[in-house]
Design a binder for this molecule. Structure first.
Ligand code: EPU
Length: 453
């Protein structure tokens, strides 16, 4: 079974099928024959109850998978979520010549024979995080040809910070025919300052700097757990990195790294999405195998909405209120409230008692869920990046369309509480970022069916 170039194992079992679903640009409908055309049919009105286990974090797994390019040999990544996006990253690595086996959430990546340096448009356009291979390729091989990702369903999402940072490290990158191209590159340390905190650019430059000549300083670095953990993984492989978890990260380049052997951290956004699902249905749920420390902002927000929340060492118990209180929420870089939970918290606010105000300062256009929530009866006024949500007494089921990963999750949440049936189409977006969300919700007592469209 083949995934791209050299991938093997169960990961590849539905490679052809998945490939169809993954080559759609955001918002486009892929081939009608593919699994990607599945829809979810949800009967609302059942409070969730029980225990749910969180999968490995997509946004941690993706850069760690890319980081395997930094060292030759056999890497082992455990607790890798089985998602369209992790399969896409596997395909990108396979395309470069890595051998990949993916079975039971263990991903083995052999980078001994990497011999191509090209990440093609067809893969990169389906998942922007493919660009993570750029820094590692330049650092280890001095060459890369990586497609520019292009726009996204909810805005331009530039990669200038990746580009400028690598250029400051001597990469002399060019744009050729839609590709970022680096040739005969010898990276050297540089002082890079980010005015905007960027998760991706911090990961990109940190990975590149591990094998660069001299010292790199990244000022204005991201401190999301995904970044800190990536740094810790690299340190265990021999990288010299200081300041992880702070806004200034210093990387002293080393000659080589040893292969990665690690376990991917729990997905804080998936965990928070389940907490919000319990909250919106007035249910009682224990979210298991998570890291409550990473969920602070979401927990605090749900408490303000009237939820009763108890955090243990590896689990969070939540009981939702009869009716949530209205909220004022502003997204910020970690440890602030995550933009990846903005849509889901908006779903909660649609039935809150009073007027909520939700501001996204990270992605000013990330509001494609607003008109779909309105189809369920939500009353939302959007003014630039500020949504004012007037809580209604009830939502009512309707056909709606998923537009991106988190917007889809918001529609699922709203559907769980809406009266009657909601049909959510284009759920291939959901499958990019949530492992078996439909089954996990069924296990919590929801009425959710996956159907072919
Ligand atoms: N930005 C720039 N220039 C750049 C890079 C970013 O101006 O070169 C800006 C962005 O436009 C945005 C801000 O910086 O306003 C933050 O973007 P960031 O680079 O942090 O986003 P990202 O690395 O592309 C990751 C997650 C996203 C998540 C954001 C913000 C991954 C694979 N993706 O994206 O996750 O929303 O950080 O936390 O880690 C998702 O999982 O659904 C998702 C979209």
């Amino acid at each position: 079974m083949d995934v791209g170039g050299r991938a093997h194992g169960p990961l590849a079992s539905d490679a052809k099928l998945e490939h169809e679903s993954l080559t759609a640009t955001p918002g486009d409908a892929p081939s009608a024959t593919s699994k990607s055309m599945d829809a979810l049919v949800i009967q609302g009105g059942r409070p969730l109850s029980g225990r749910v286990a969180v999968s490995g974090a997509k946004n941690s797994a993706l850069p760690v998978m890319a980081a395997t390019l930094l060292a030759s040999g056999q890497h082992v990544l455990r607790n890798v979520p089985s998602l369209a996006d992790t399969r896409t990253m596997a395909r990108v690595l396979g395309q470069l010549g890595a051998r990949i086996e993916f079975s039971d959430h263990v991903c083995r990546i052999d980078t001994t024979d990497v011999s191509s340096f090209e990440a093609p448009y067809d893969l990169v356009r389906t998942m922007r995080a493919s660009i993570y291979v750029l820094g590692p390729l330049l650092a280890r091989f001095g060459a890369a040809r990586v497609s520019l990702p292009g726009g996204c369903a909810w805005g331009p999402r530039p990669v200038n910070l990746h580009f400028e940072g690598l250029d400051a490290m001597g990469a002399r990158l060019e744009i050729e025919h839609g590709y970022i191209v680096g040739k005969d590159v010898r990276l050297r340390g540089a002082h890079v300052r980010h005015e905007t905190v960027s998760v991706g650019a911090t990961a990109q430059l940190m990975m590149a700097a591990t094998l660069a000549e001299g010292t790199t300083v990244i000022e204005g670095a991201a401190i999301e757990p995904d970044i800190t953990v990536l740094g810790e993984v690299l340190v265990r492989c021999g990288a010299r990195i200081e300041g992880l978890g702070s806004r200034i990260i210093t990387v002293h380049g080393v000659k080589s790294l040893s292969p990665i052997d690690t376990t991917i951290i729990p997905d804080r956004i998936e965990a928070a999405t389940f907490l919000a699902a319990a909250a919106i249905t007035g249910g009682s749920v224990t979210v298991d195998q998570c890291d409550p420390e990473h969920l602070r902002a979401s927990i605090e927000t749900l408490e303000r909405a009237g939820c009763d929340v108890h955090a243990g060492e590896r689990e969070v118990r939540i009981s939702g209120p009869v009716r949530p209180a209205a909220l004022s929420v502003t997204t910020e870089p970690y440890p602030g409230f995550p933009t990846d939970m903005q849509a889901q918290i908006m779903a909660l606010c649609t039935i809150a008692d009073g007027e909520s105000v939700i501001t996204d300062t990270i992605y000013l256009d990330r509001f494609t869920h607003v008109p779909e929530l309105a189809r369920l009866g939500a009353e939302i006024r959007l003014d630039h990046n500020v949504a004012t949500v007037l809580g209604v007494d009830r939502l009512s089921g309707a056909p709606v369309m998923a537009t991106d990963i988190r917007a889809s999750a918001a529609l699922v949440l709203a559907a769980l509480v809406a009266e009657g049936e909601t049909r959510i189409s284009r759920i291939y977006h959901l499958d990019r970022g949530y492992e078996a969300l439909d089954q996990k919700l069924v296990d919590l007592g929801a009425s959710v069916r996956r159907v072919k469209e």
